[in-house]
Design a protein around this ligand. Structure first.
Ligand code: HGY
Ligand code: MN
Ligand code: MN
Length: 418
């Protein structure tokens, strides 16, 4: 029996496009159909129900845990054997495309449909996971569902997280009907392989379709609140101001200076959220709220960058400003398993697909599951410089199918390991 199998490209593509219709919106900036399926919104719940129906149609046994993580299981010949796990997430950012996370979930289901059609029985069970709130953009901590599954974060911590309207994750799980009965701690699988779009330009620049992912860089998220003093924009002399808006701008400029200095290796810094209050033309901002997202492949450089920022905040706390910070998320650099990477690389070779190894710039559920079992990822090339978290996100039907072909062979080989 060959394990170099190819999946049904059109069925995979159709499932990606069908899921993308849930939470779809017309993005006036790009003129494209974007996807807005924030975790545990009605759109996410509808997407979850659709994916569960596809899992059930594929004959999978579906379970949901107390964190809302969904697992679809295809039994193997040895029911006692630890399963091979694949999957990703289907929650999205507010301006998403059709592929981020979804390719890994729908690709995993497509692999199992194909095994059914070929009458292939694996030694080990294979499971497809849908992890809750991977993006972290609604409740403020990323890779949340997989971090709870891997016991890095507690269920109570996760359930108590709130969105900007004060709704807790626990209440939203209950409201959408996704508080499952299964325990939230995942029993260690035999191995975990996640297929994901690259979300960057590296594969396209190398002229290859497949990436064998060596690990994930470190991530640091924090919220900064700057307290100044509201004052009349016309009558208040500059020297009497405690301008929270100015301080926010100084922080953004300082972060770029840190990056440009080259002192922190390959540091990336983003202020993605910024709000001033009372947010009116003729009032000096009394308060500014912003988030800082730092990424670095080196944990030592990351720690030094965080210290640099903290020191800069202290210098701003003169002339009447006060500044508070809150840690939102923090994950160290995570290396992936060499042997699983080799299985992926060989599968790509056997499918005649060129590949390169690369580090992931984005965070993924795989970095959490890596603490439980040998883990690695397959990247699929993106178009338009690999843009992502944007409706322009795009991978071709061929590239998606090739990535899932490599996933299929990789899963088959892992599922027949002793
Ligand atoms: O933020 C990230 O890197 C991922 O998209 N959650
Ligand atoms: Mn993702
Ligand atoms: Mn993402």
């Amino acid at each position: 029996m060959t394990d170099i199998i190819t999946v049904n490209r059109d069925r995979l593509w159709r499932s990606l496009m069908d899921l993308a219709e849930i939470g779809a919106y017309d993005d006036e900036r790009t003129g494209l159909r974007g996807v807005n399926r924030l975790a545990l919104t009605d759109a996410d719940a509808a997407g979850r129900r659709l994916v569960i129906s596809w899992m059930e149609q594929a004959g999978l046994t579906v379970r949901i845990d107390k964190m809302g993580n969904i697992y679809g299981r295809r039994d193997g010949a040895d029911p006692e054997a630890r399963p091979v796990l694949t999957g990703s997430h289907i929650d999205s950012v507010a301006t998403a495309g059709a592929f981020d996370g979804c390719l890994g979930v729908l690709g995993g289901i497509e692999v199992l449909r194909t095994l059914n059609e070929r009458g292939i029985t694996t030694r080990r069970p294979i499971e497809v996971a849908v992890f809750t709130e991977e993006e972290g953009v609604r409740f403020g901590t990323d890779m949340l569902g997989s971090a709870v599954a891997a016991n890095r974060l507690t269920l109570d911590y996760a359930h108590a997280l709130t969105d900007r309207d004060g709704a807790t994750l626990g209440a939203e799980l209950a409201r959408t009907g996704f508080v499952g009965l299964a325990g939230e701690r995942l029993d260690p699988p035999h191995a975990y392989v996640e297929c994901h779009i690259e979300q960057g330009p590296v594969l396209a620049q190398a002229g290859v379709e497949i990436g064998v992912v060596t690990g994930v860089q470190g991530i640091s998220w924090q919220e900064i609140i700057i307290h100044g003093r509201a004052a009349h924009a016309g009558t208040t002399p500059t020297e009497l101001r405690a301008d929270a808006g100015l301080a926010a701008a100084q922080i953004i400029v300082h972060l770029r200076a840190m990056v440009d200095s080259g002192s922190y290796d390959d540091l990336r810094a983003t202020v993605g959220y910024l709000a001033v209050h009372p947010d009116l033309t003729n009032i000096v901002p009394a308060r500014a709220e912003l988030t800082v997202d730092l990424r670095n492949p080196d944990d030592t450089h990351m720690a030094r960058a965080e210290q640099d920022l903290a020191a800069f905040l202290r210098t701003l706390e003169e002339n009447g400003l006060s500044i508070s910070t809150r840690r939102m998320a923090k994950t160290a650099y995570v290396p992936f398993d060499d042997t699983v990477q080799k299985v992926i690389a060989r599968a790509a070779d056997d499918h005649g697909l060129a590949h390169i190894s690369l580090l992931s710039g984005a965070g993924h559920d795989a970095q959490e599951i890596a603490v439980l079992c040998p883990t690695a990822m397959i990247f699929v090339r993106g178009e338009y410089d690999g843009i992502s978290h944007n409706p322009r996100e795009y991978s071709t039907p061929e590239a998606c199918a090739h990535g899932i072909d490599v996933l299929a062979t990789t899963l088959l080989r892992l599922a027949d390991q002793n």
